[in-house]
Design a protein around this ligand. Structure first.
Ligand SMILES: Cc1cc2nc3c(=O)[nH]c(=O)nc-3n(C[C@H](O)[C@H](O)[C@H](O)COP(=O)(O)O)c2cc1C
Length: 175
């Protein structure tokens, strides 16, 4: 069944249709992490991660202005994008809720504000320094300059499509 709608304002029905249409773009899932001066790091699940530029090496993601971590993320001198593996659906759910226990039981390495915070077992990580922030309506668009990156070639990604988690069928698409 197809849905179509003109998005002309804040009408809720139109907004729901817009979200459903956007959900037809399959993405991976990532968690944005960053140290906080005072204790527990930032951790936000995002599907809005994307590549921007090779030279300089730039990536982007967008964060809802209602996110509790937004203020700290705007001010941090370093953040990382952790691309989640298929087996990390629980990690995605954990960092998609605004609550204080996000990091319980997770070893994220050095606890000083000068180090990047990385999630163990991620499929890929991009350590970034802030490059630009832009107005994105009800979101803020973050562009990060990648200073270090690594990936596991053996793993499989967690996929988000149609509002649900999916597994990748790694067979080539039919011609
Ligand atoms: C699969 C998935 C993708 C998401 N993508 C985004 C996103 O791109 N941007 C965003 O702001 N929130 C996104 N969210 C919602 C945030 O993870 C959620 O609002 C989180 O609680 C924010 O953390 P905070 O309020 O502690 O800052 C996503 C959630 C899920 C489950």
């Amino acid at each position: 069944m197809s849905e179509s709608s003109v998005v002309g304002g804040i009408e809720l029905d139109a907004q729901r249709h817009f979200r459903n249409t956007l959900a037809m773009f399959a993405t991976g899932v990532a968690v944005i992490t960053a140290p906080r001066e005072s204790g527990t790091p930032i951790g936000i699940t995002v599907a809005s991660f994307n590549a921007v530029s090779l030279d300089p090496p730039l990536i982007l993601f967008s964060v809802d202005r209602r996110c509790q971590s937004l203020g700290d993320l705007c001010a941090t001198p370093r953040y990382a994008v952790n691309v989640l593996a298929e087996a990390q659906q629980d990690i995605s759910n954990r960092f998609a809720r605004a609550h204080s226990g996000k990091w319980e039981g997770i070893d994220f390495g050095p606890r000083d504000a000068a180090s990047h915070v990385l999630l163990p077992d991620a499929l890929a990580t991009f350590e970034c320094e802030p490059y630009a922030q832009h107005d994105g309506g009800d979101h803020v668009i973050f562009i990060g300059r990648v200073v270090r990156h690594q990936s596991r070639q053996d793993g499989r990604p967690l996929i988000f499509f149609g509002g649900k988690y999916r597994a990748l069928d790694a067979s080539p698409a039919a011609a």
